[in-house]
Design a protein around this ligand. Structure first.
Ligand SMILES: NC(=O)c1ccc[n+]([C@@H]2O[C@H](COP(=O)([O-])OP(=O)(O)OC[C@H]3O[C@@H](n4cnc5c(N)ncnc54)[C@H](O)[C@@H]3O)[C@@H](O)[C@H]2O)c1
Ligand SMILES: O=C(O)C[C@H](O)C(=O)O
Length: 346
């Protein structure tokens, strides 16, 4: 089944999920699935908790944060949908939050302020991600991990090293969430190409920071003649700078939260569908990869009952995209190595 999400547009949660679910299961007969959100009381965590509560594929929803989760959990738990919601606060409850989880989503950590790069978050977020992943290795080593915390280009390698040290690493189960780049590329492309956004697909490859974000507009569908070379360059730059656009507009009050929660919900939904063996679920994600010489790379990935079923290739690139690909490699390589070094030394 072609992923409704891949075709594009309209909010996938809950409508497309329900649509797909109707074909496969009734909400009651869908497998039991526990989703944990770590950082659930934050700017992303709260709307993401809401969207996961609306997802009929979720039967248990664990909301964990170092503060504020009882209120968020009580609030979300009143919504009359399938998932049973529990809030967990402070480190001593982290194990309980994680136990039995099928999918763990991590939006824990500090966001950018204007003038900062994602890498400027490394010093704080690397430690947070490391300690959360240590707990995941202990309490739910088989869960699919959806890493949202920035800098994703480094936090995913950190998670991989933590899992390797614990002896639980399975490269099929670790994902850097780059869905927001795809969401942005689709929106910006639809606007400029004058095509219905719900029909648009644009792969975005590479990583999740600045020039490492490489949208492949040459592969965008529906194809268009409406875009000049300069138009494509401008769309590429806007996609790469999408996060900064929001950080600047929020003027010190954080980074993308609502669009990120939407993107995170799309990706978690795809993971759940894969686990439930719904065929042909394809999303872009930053995963362990051998499609380039870099050990982690974002590209289209086919999801299945064990997580990554297949890392799809890059397809045919335009000359402009080929140049972008070569240009991004040094920065992405350095961010990956920085994460690995941190995890090995701490
Ligand atoms: N991957 C992406 O596309 C993407 C998009 C937007 C934001 N982000 C990143 O997501 C992260 C969160 O952003 P936000 O706007 O929600 O920030 P926020 O400050 O609003 O929320 C972060 C939450 O994490 C919690 N937290 C901190 N340490 C924790 C720990 N050890 N365990 C559990 N929870 C902890 C905080 O209490 C807070 O509630 C940032 O790093 C941001 O850069 C990524
Ligand atoms: O830009 C940020 O710092 C947050 C996030 O990575 C985004 O792309 O919106």
């Amino acid at each position: 089944m072609e992923s409704v999400l891949r075709r594009g547009g309209a909010p996938s949660c809950p409508a497309p999920s329900s649509h797909i679910l109707r074909r496969s299961f009734s909400a009651e007969s869908a497998p039991e699935r526990k989703v944990a959100v770590l950082g659930a009381a934050g700017g992303i965590g709260q709307p993401l908790a809401l969207l996961m509560k609306l997802n009929p594929l979720v039967s248990r929803l664990a909301l964990y944060d170092i503060a504020g989760t009882p209120g968020v959990a009580a609030d979300v738990s009143h919504i009359n949908t399938r998932a049973e919601v529990k809030g967990y606060m402070a480190e001593e409850q982290l194990g309980q939050a994680l136990e039995g989880s099928d999918v763990v989503i991590i939006p824990a950590g500090v966001p950018r302020k204007p003038g900062m790069t994602r890498d400027d978050l490394f010093n704080i977020n690397a430690g947070i991600v490391k300690s959360l992943c240590t707990a995941i290795a202990k309490y739910c080593p088989n869960a699919l991990v959806n890493m949202i915390s920035n800098p994703v280009n480094s936090t995913v390698p950190i998670a991989a090293e933590v899992f390797k040290k614990a002896g639980t690493y399975d490269e099929k189960k670790l994902f850097g969430v780059t869905t927001l780049d795809v969401v942005r590329a689709k929106t910006f492309y639809a606007g400029k190409a004058n095509v219905p956004v719900a029909e648009v697909d644009v792969p975005v490859v590479g990583g999740h920071a600045g020039i490492t974000i490489l949208p492949l507009f040459s592969q965008a569908t529906p194809a268009t003649n409406a875009l000049s070379e300069d138009g494509i360059k401008a769309l590429t730059k806007r996609t790469q700078d999408g996060g900064t656009e929001v950080v600047e507009a929020k003027a010190g009050k954080g980074s993308a939260t609502l669009s990120m929660a939407y993107a995170g919900a799309i990706f978690a939904d795809a993971c759940l569908k894969g686990l439930n063996e719904i065929p042909d679920i394809v999303e872009c994600s930053f995963v362990q990869s051998s499609i380039t010489e870099l050990p982690f790379f974002a590209s289209k990935v086919r999801l299945g009952k064990n997580g990554v079923e297949e890392v799809l290739g890059l397809g045919t690139l335009s000359d402009y995209e080929k140049e972008g690909l070569e240009n991004l490699k040094p920065e992405l390589k350095a961010s990956i190595e920085k994460g690995i070094k941190f995890a090995k030394e701490n």
